[in-house]
Design a binder for this molecule. Structure first.
Ligand SMILES: N[C@@H](CCC(=O)N[C@@H](CS)C(=O)NCC(=O)O)C(=O)O
Length: 95
């Protein structure tokens, strides 16, 4: 698939110099997933939201808003990439 997929219900909390974040950003690029990126070093609000919502300031963290409005905060770069691969496969089936 050559077009990018916009995933409005996903947001990646990250910062530029974090290698684990770079790994997840590379996965987004490779999968052509257009996910909002929230840099916690550039935005104090994003940093506060991450700590308040996810419970830790660790990045990367993927905020996942489900259809029913439930929000899940997914930490750990490996788990995030696995989720994104699965997500993009599902989206491929729908598209
Ligand atoms: N095992 C984690 C490591 C993530 C990690 O160490 N992130 C660092 C930045 S590169 C961090 O957020 N450290 C601050 C903290 O853990 O509170 C992963 O793979 O995502």
């Amino acid at each position: 698939m050559s077009q990018s997929i916009t995933a409005p219900k996903l947001a990646l909390y990250h910062y530029h110099a974090c290698p684990f974040c770079a790994y997840t950003r590379q996965a987004l690029d490779k999968l052509k997933l257009n996910v909002e990126r929230r840099d916690i070093q550039k935005s104090a609000q994003h940093r506060r939201d991450l700590i308040a919502g996810g419970g830790s300031k660790q990045v990367p963290c993927l905020r996942i808003e489900r259809e029913d409005g439930q929000v899940k905060w997914l930490y750990e770069s490996q788990d995030i990439v696995s989720f994104l691969v699965h997500y993009s496969q599902q989206t491929d089936l729908i598209a």
